[in-house]
Design a protein around this ligand. Structure first.
Ligand code: FEO
Ligand code: CA
Ligand code: CA
Ligand code: CA
Length: 600
């Protein structure tokens, strides 16, 4: 559904001002309506949302989760080659939760343990929602009640491990003694629709869900920052049920088949969900690497050529990756199997504006030589004792990238591919810890508090190329922040477009670039926002401002780009309903009052 039209990237709306109001702001001539807030019943017996927090864990398993994030609209007739803009499956991530708003009071502890149904509810508010939606003749979107496609995937849904790490000893648990399965997906930030009509959900800050009180954590946990206690204390659930104690990854006295020491090794992947096959089991695609996946973006596919996708690791000084499938894409037979074999590369941004994709593949002589030379040395504070096999490389992707010599970036978040030019864009949200000694051309600001957007063209316009040319599309910041190209100021930010901490990034089907922010909401920026950009001219205009305390994250549209869906995450006032006492994450439907194309 991504066919670009270069003629249609102008920005036809009047920019909106910054705002600190507890409401959504859109340009004159546009309307915004909240949709699918946390707790909306979408499946099963459709249990009603209770505004006092008394919905049970079982009810939350049938309702929209919390903290809406990456989202994609799949036209309902996609598999038949259709392009419906009035009916489809809206699939979205629920990144994490507001633990103090999800229960009537709490979170609670009884003699040091968590009430088990509180834990069940918290796990159920994570994951992914698939919602069959349809627009009526008046133009109002609603859920198709009773549709077999409506589905919740949670932090406890059974999943398969696929790719090179399937069956690897470091993924063995009491639950899956042959390392082929796990339960749940967590901290799903951004996502990517695949060229074959499925959805990949990213596992970003999964490390915070696990507790390991052992003094000698394995490198698979140390390199990600697993702590001695977990963010939500799920492992402390009363009754000690297996699905809760698995979040305690402290090794016991037995072997890996007796406990959950390896449970954390079954997280950190891209998870494939087929929304059109409701009974399908989600698949963790280990060939795409294990790190803090922000999301994934696929390059346009060509019949008979490999599938290519890009993924950022959103942590300070982490990397940008590219996967190239071993097998060629054919529309008639394409599927998730294409993501199980291939080469994972990591980006090196050279100071002269060129870049290299460095393979993380033990069959590559250069990488193998670097690995052999690193044995016995200290890499990222870890004494490196080698990789057992390619599965070990992938389970320790960050360490492999360190060894390969990748460029540490200012927190890579979403990526997007321009449907007209083929250029790949990535947001680098900020990195206040970069020192003067650590700056490089691609990350040129010490104490980078406001972030920038980088882009590149693959050599020969071939997405499988191992080299590229990059430049910085724009630096975010206050009024007067300049982006200079060849000694010429190409962008100087004004009241119409100051922004900070770019995060969400998406090209619509015409080729307008949408930029979402997750940054400081202090003056002069005020509430987080979404801007539109013309990739050719670098004109940027603020299009949307969110309510108080939120981040604006996740954007998609119908194929005609006349209905846009924008997610609001962690609002902290009583939004969207001021009469209710709890904030509710929600999707916002944006349309033009004259029925035209959004942004045009
Ligand atoms: Fe979940 Fe990197 O934002
Ligand atoms: Ca977030
Ligand atoms: Ca994000
Ligand atoms: Ca962010």
């Amino acid at each position: 559904t991504t066919t670009g039209n270069a003629a249609n990237t102008q920005l036809g709306f009047k920019a909106v001002a910054t705002s600190s109001a507890n409401e959504v702001v859109v340009p004159e001539g546009y309307s915004a309506r909240p949709f699918l807030p946390w707790g909306t019943p979408i499946t099963g017996s459709y249990p009603a949302y209770k505004p006092d927090g008394t919905n049970t864990g079982a009810e939350q398993e049938q309702q929209m989760g919390m903290h809406h994030d990456g989202v994609h609209f799949f036209p309902i007739d996609l598999k038949a080659g259709g392009n419906s803009s009035s009916e489809g499956l809206l699939v979205m991530n629920h990144e994490y939760i507001n633990q103090s708003e999800i229960h009537p009071t709490g979170p609670n502890y009884v003699a040091g343990e968590r009430p088990a149904d509180e834990v069940r509810k918290e796990i159920a508010a994570h994951g992914v929602s698939v919602v069959h939606i349809k627009r009526d003749t008046e133009g109002t979107w609603d859920i198709v009640f009773g549709s077999p496609f409506n589905r919740r995937i949670t932090g406890n849904t059974e999943m398969d491990i696929r790719g090179p790490a399937r069956g690897y000893s470091k993924l063995v648990t009491k639950y899956s003694t042959d390392a082929t399965e796990t339960r749940g997906t967590l901290n799903n930030c951004a996502m990517g629709p695949t060229p074959w009509g499925t959805y990949l959900a990213a596992e970003e800050n999964w490390h915070g869900y696990f507790a390991n009180s052992d003094a000698n954590q394995p490198r698979e946990q140390v390199r990600h920052g697993v702590g001695s206690s977990s963010r939500y204390d799920w492992e402390l659930a009363q009754g000690g049920a297996d699905q809760y104690i698995r979040f305690n990854v402290t090794p016991g006295t037995g072997t890996a088949t007796d406990d959950y020491r390896n449970e954390a090794n079954t997280y950190g992947y891209m998870v494939e969900i087929d929304p059109f096959t409701p009974e399908s089991k989600p698949q963790k695609r280990t060939a795409l690497g294990r790190f803090g996946h922000e999301g994934v973006i696929f390059a346009p596919v060509t019949e008979g050529e490999p599938v290519v996708c890009y993924s950022g690791d959103d942590s300070r000084f982490e990397y940008i990756y590219k996967f190239v499938s071993a097998k060629p894409y054919y529309a008639a037979t394409a599927g998730g199997y294409l993501l199980d074999e291939g080469t994972l590369y990591v980006a090196r941004f050279n100071d002269d504006g060129t870049g290299d994709w460095l393979p993380l593949d033990l069959n590559n002589a250069d990488f193998k030589a670097k690995v052999d030379a690193a044995v016995g040395t200290t890499v990222s504070d870890i004494v490196f004792d080698g990789f057992e096999n390619q599965a070990d490389v992938l389970v320790n992707t960050r360490l492999a990238a360190d060894i390969a010599g990748a460029t540490p970036m200012d927190r890579p978040e979403w990526g997007a591919v321009d449907p007209n030019s083929g250029q790949v864009y990535f947001t680098l949200t900020n990195n206040s810890q970069r020192t003067e000694a650590q700056v490089n051309a691609a990350n040129p600001n010490a104490e980078n508090r406001t972030g920038h957007i980088i882009r590149w063209s693959e050599n020969g316009d071939d997405f499988t190329a191992t080299g590229f040319d990059w430049d910085i599309f724009v630096f975010a910041g206050e009024q007067g922040t300049e982006t200079v190209v060849d000694d010429e100021v190409i962008v100087s930010l004004t009241d119409d477009n100051i922004f900070n901490s770019p995060d969400g990034l998406w090209f619509d089907y015409n080729g307008r670039l949408w930029i979402q922010t997750d940054g400081s909401d202090a003056a002069p920026y005020q509430n987080n926002m979404m801007l539109a950009a013309n990739p050719e001219t670098r004109e940027i205009k603020r299009f949307f401002v969110g309510p108080v305390g939120c981040e604006v994250t996740g954007v998609t549209s119908t194929p005609d780009v006349k209905t846009m869906f924008v997610n609001i995450q962690h609002p902290d006032g009583n939004w969207p309903d001021a009469s209710q006492s709890r904030p509710r994450d929600a999707t916002v439907i944006v349309t033009r009052d004259d029925g035209g194309v959004v942004g045009a």
